[in-house]
Design a protein around this ligand. Structure first.
Ligand code: ATP
Length: 274
């Protein structure tokens, strides 16, 4: 797993202000910041705080950013792992990794555990989908271990579990039961206004011919269906294009060229995948 600890890398984290748009999702997760900052307050009132939340939505829309922002704003360590890292594990290694992750989290509590692409380990057991072909028992063992660890986690331990997926439909129901991932936060593709905000955010670091506000509305209009990651990519491609063409500032034409390029890349990706 990867660890970001505010003690060893201060000032490096993602903040809520770095996440453009996603107003409701931000509001929902900001409750967690309060739990992590003032656990005693909740305990005194006899409130059981949620152990975790599942963030649902298409890739590149800010799920990881938001999870990291909760850690930064709460000033707690962030332990993360990608579900796909468990897939090729054999001989009980996947389950052992889950155990290690939770053991480490307990040591560092209060902290956040984040599992990206949880569907890679959390698929329905014995669904016959053949996802763990050749290692059926292994995948189930890993998922079972995750469930055991989640159940063993008491809210007073101050370990918050966040996970993300874009395939909620394939998740094992056991993961979604009360006391496990019973809170769901939808993080969808950005709306027109959100795309404008994301453009403004990413254009800020680019040397533009004119002010970011003069480009962001038009760019948002030209990019329906783009994720935040696509938008970040457009801004960077535009800067690369300007650098290649050796002009001193990034222009509207560079940005429009970059949109075409990112659309082209996305189309190619989906052709190879289908
Ligand atoms: P995945 O499911 O593929 O892990 P994700 O939803 O976790 O995707 P992130 O990793 O959070 O997506 O976002 C990828 C990148 O896209 C970010 O590093 C950032 O540059 C950009 N991005 C995505 N959403 C936003 C946003 N709301 N505001 C600003 N930047 C964004």
């Amino acid at each position: 797993f990867t660890l970001v600890d505010p003690l060893t890398s201060p000032g490096k984290g993602v903040h809520f202000s770095d996440v453009a748009g996603l107003k409701e999702a931000k509001q929902e997760v900001s409750e967690f910041v309060d739990y992590l900052k003032r656990p005693e307050h909740y305990k005194k009132l006899g409130a059981k705080v949620p152990k975790g939340a599942l963030m649902l939505g298409p890739p590149g829309c800010g799920k990881t950013m938001l999870a990291k922002a909760v850690a930064t704003e709460s000033n707690v360590p962030f332990l993360s792992m990608n579900g796909s890292e468990f897939i090729e594990m054999i001989g009980g290694l996947g389950a052992a990794r889950v155990r290690d992750l939770f053991r480490e989290a307990k040591k560092r509590s209060p902290c956040i555990i984040y599992i990206d692409e949880i569907d890679a380990i959390g698929r329905k057991r014995s669904s016959g989908s053949g996802q763990f072909d050749g290692a059926v028992g292994e995948g189930e063992q890993t998922l079972n271990q995750l469930l055991v660890e989640m159940d063993g986690m008491v809210s007073k331990e101050g370990v918050l579990m966040l996970a993300s997926t874009n395939r909620a439909d394939v998740l094992d129901k056991a993961l979604l039961r009360p006391g496990r991932f019973d809170r769901h936060i939808l993080i969808d593709l950005p709306t027109l206004e959100e795309r404008r905000e994301i453009f403004e955010h990413h254009l800020r670091v680019i040397k533009l011919e004119q002010k970011p506000a003069l480009y962001s509305s038009r760019m948002a209009f030209l990019t329906p269906g783009f994720s935040g990651a696509d938008i970040a990519n457009v801004c960077n491609e535009a800067a690369l294009h300007a650098a290649r063409d050796k002009h001193g500032t990034v222009t509207g034409a560079d940005l429009e060229y970059a949109v075409e390029r990112v659309v082209g890349g996305t189309e190619k990706r989906s052709q190879t995948m289908s």
